[in-house]
Design a binder for this molecule. Structure first.
Ligand code: 3PG
Length: 208
């Protein structure tokens, strides 16, 4: 992958995944892939996240594996070493942008304001996460950003659900959205992989 914009071809939703038990990593990833969701963002929010990425990269070849919550150049390198093919960051700095370019790891950086969008654009990034989407102004803010930033495409993430995703996906400057609703904590705790496959199927059907 050269650019994270390539991710949009695989479907309308990127699950944002937090994994607390290593044993859950592969069956959870497989359950999502079985439901038609191939692009997975595994967040660096737990101590076993890198091990989970390694396990998924090895055992679920159809997954397009990315690292979320990448906050530093060291995070980006560790994610790449663990087998991730893209990175997602909650915010943007030119340092993280340059580090990802240097190691050849396409970045989907978080932005929430015009200044952040401009900084990312200045560094050559035109596909941006809009985070935290609901808290930072939701649909109205994305519509407002479409005015000046005519060539920018967003992946809103944060507070989006199956019910609200279609409204985001209907915006011309949104090609995909992210969220944690595909991997509910109670389903994971119960190892209810069939439910996760069903949630993935619903999410992949949101837009053809
Ligand atoms: C996150 O970074 O946690 C994502 O934005 C997911 O947010 P959500 O849990 O509100 O979907």
């Amino acid at each position: 992958m050269k650019n994270t914009l390539e991710l949009v071809q695989y479907g309308p939703v990127i699950p944002v995944i937090v994994i607390n038990r290593l044993e859950d990593a592969v069956p959870m990833a497989q359950a999502l892939v079985d439901g038609g969701v191939r692009v997975l963002e595994v967040t660096l929010r737990t101590s076993i996240a890198l091990q989970c990425m390694e396990a998924i990269a090895k055992a679920v070849p159809d997954a397009i594996l990315g690292a979320g919550t990448v906050r530093s150049p060291a995070d980006a390198q560790a994610a790449k070493d663990a087998g991730c093919t893209f990175a997602v960051s909650p915010g943007y700095t030119s340092a993280i942008g340059a580090a990802c370019v240097k190691i050849g790891l396409p970045l989907l950086p978080g932005t929430a304001t015009g200044s952040e969008v401009m900084q990312a654009n200045a560094d050559g990034l035109l596909f941006l996460k809009f985070f935290p989407a609901m808290q930072a102004g939701g649909i109205a803010m994305l519509k407002a950003l479409a005015g000046p930033f005519t060539d920018v495409v967003f992946c809103p993430t944060g507070g989006i659900t199956l019910a609200t995703a279609p409204d985001f996906l209907a915006l011309p400057n949104v090609k995909v959205c992210g969220g944690s609703w595909l991997t509910p904590a109670d389903a994971v705790a119960a190892k209810d992989w069939a439910r996760i496959t069903a949630l993935a199927r619903e999410a992949s059907a949101l837009r053809a």
